[in-house]
Design a protein around this ligand. Structure first.
Ligand code: MG
Length: 374
């Protein structure tokens, strides 16, 4: 168990290889917030999943940095001071931070860093600590909305040629039936195709979803607003294609209600959205009990967050390919050693903790500001 004495917050700007556009906004660069915990003989890294704008959920990078600086880190440092010897483990972090409402992505980043420090200290990999059973994970790729149908078809074919076996298309009213039909036809049996609406059909006509239902898609993700579980349940009853929820599921309590209502039959798990890796594991465990398949979502993470996602996705219930892509899907240069696609899969890191750490040169090149607290 590490003694956490200080926490560094580092903002970085990483250029994306191509802009990424979905119903919740467009990203040209990735605005990254990295958390590093420091103590006597302890160091651990975490990455905040929040995006630059509060358009996926209410969190955003700048707000996450502020709540970490002013509320979460002081509580962590105080909490560490109150436990015997000043040592705190990753599993204790959520409890220490529970007095602060909301801000799951900021909390998850701090938990990830403390857990990395703890596991590095005892030489255990994150996958092993969480109960992972796979050594590699099937990769998937998410494609943002494009300017033309031809553009998205070309991109989908190129990723399948690289070895990706699951393609997810971002959709919204006006960008749905045409591109998805074209990609489905172009890929044939070479890859599974699924769609993600990020809630964009809330208050809109649902006819396009009926047309998408005829295309044999693997799933339709989050068509309606996050809190509209009843609407999702009604829609699920009308569609043959499985409905999957993302933004609606902030933890195991949400997952339980959604499954009880029949609002989804597949769950996308993101540790940031759930407030941390341990809560993400609880969602996984519930879904395993209910025989509901899960997969790991992505937030355009650098190698730090990607390593944590891969460790999580090595658990047995992650039976569907996630939004887990190689580093070169997003970045010319990642913060860590790049994750590389091999036969359509990514290896789960096996080293202590996250099993990766940022390269000093990459940190120096992409950092825009650093602050030390404690
Ligand atoms: Mg999603």
């Amino acid at each position: 168990m590490p003694r956490v004495e200080a926490v560094e917050l580092r903002r970085l700007r990483l250029p994306l290889r191509s802009p990424f556009r979905s119903a919740h906004g467009a990203h040209g660069d990735k605005d990254v917030l990295v958390v590093r915990v420091l103590g006597a003989g302890a160091e651990g890294w975490g990455e905040c999943a929040a995006l630059a704008q509060p358009t996926y959920t209410s969190e955003y990078t700048g707000g996450a940095q502020q709540v970490l600086r002013e509320h979460l880190i002081p509580r962590l440092l105080r909490g560490a001071g109150e436990v015997a010897g000043g040592d705190i483990g990753g599993q204790e972090v959520a409890g220490v931070l529970a007095g602060v409402k909301g801000h799951p992505m900021a909390k998850a980043a701090l938990e990830m860093a403390v857990l990395d420090a703890e596991l590095r200290d005892c030489g255990v990999s994150l996958a092993e600590r969480l109960g992972g059973t796979r050594t590699s994970v099937q990769a998937g790729v998410a494609l943002g909305m494009a300017s033309t149908v031809a553009e998205v078809v070309t991109a989908a074919e190129a990723f399948v040629a690289e070895g990706y076996r699951r393609v997810k298309l971002k959709i919204a009213p006006g960008w749905d039936v045409s591109p998805v039909t074209a990609v489905r036809a172009a890929l044939g049996t070479a890859a599974a195709v699924q769609v993600d609406a990020n809630g964009a059909y809330a208050g809109a006509g649902l006819e396009p979803l009926g047309e998408l239902d005829r295309l044999g898609l693997a799933l339709i993700e989050q068509p309606l607003a996050p809190r509209d579980l009843r609407g999702h349940a009604q829609l699920a009853g009308r569609l043959r294609t499985p409905l999957c929820l993302d933004e609606s599921i902030e933890g195991v309590a949400d997952a339980e209600v959604a499954l009880d209502l029949g609002a989804c039959s597949i769950v996308n798990i993101k540790p940031g959205r759930c407030g941390g890796l341990f809560e993400a594991v609880r969602v996984h465990d519930l879904c395993m009990d209910r025989r509901v398949p899960v997969w790991c979502g992505g937030m355009l993470e650098t190698g730090i967050g990607r390593a944590a996602n891969l460790a999580l996705a090595s658990l047995p219930g992650f039976s569907l390919p996630g939004d887990l892509s190689a580093s070169d899907r997003y970045f010319d240069e990642d913060l860590t050693e790049p994750f590389v696609l091999q036969d359509g899969c990514l290896w789960v890191p096996t080293g202590p903790g996250l099993g990766v750490e940022p390269a000093p040169e990459a940190l120096a090149r992409f950092t825009t500001s650093v602050e030390l607290i404690g």
